[in-house]
Design a protein around this ligand. Structure first.
Ligand SMILES: [Zn+2]
Ligand SMILES: [Zn+2]
Length: 62
């Protein structure tokens, strides 16, 4: 079910998944999924995982 080009354990948003294709690279800009969104009233369950696309990694030294 996952795209064969996407690596390991990285979660990508729908936008960045699409933008893996050269013809759609501008779609990276449409992704705003830069942080984890927890499910309300749950402990530690994430509703949305942060997008792990490299396009969001600017100067994040962690
Ligand atoms: Zn991206
Ligand atoms: Zn993204």
């Amino acid at each position: 079910m996952s795209a064969p080009t996407v690596t390991d354990d990285v979660t990508l948003s729908a936008e960045c998944t699409l933008a893996q294709q050269p013809a759609y690279k501008d779609v990276h800009r449409g992704c705003h999924q830069t942080k984890d969104v927890p499910l309300p009233h749950s402990n530690g369950i994430l509703l949305v995982r942060r997008c792990g696309c490299t396009c969001h990694r600017r100067g994040d030294a962690s």
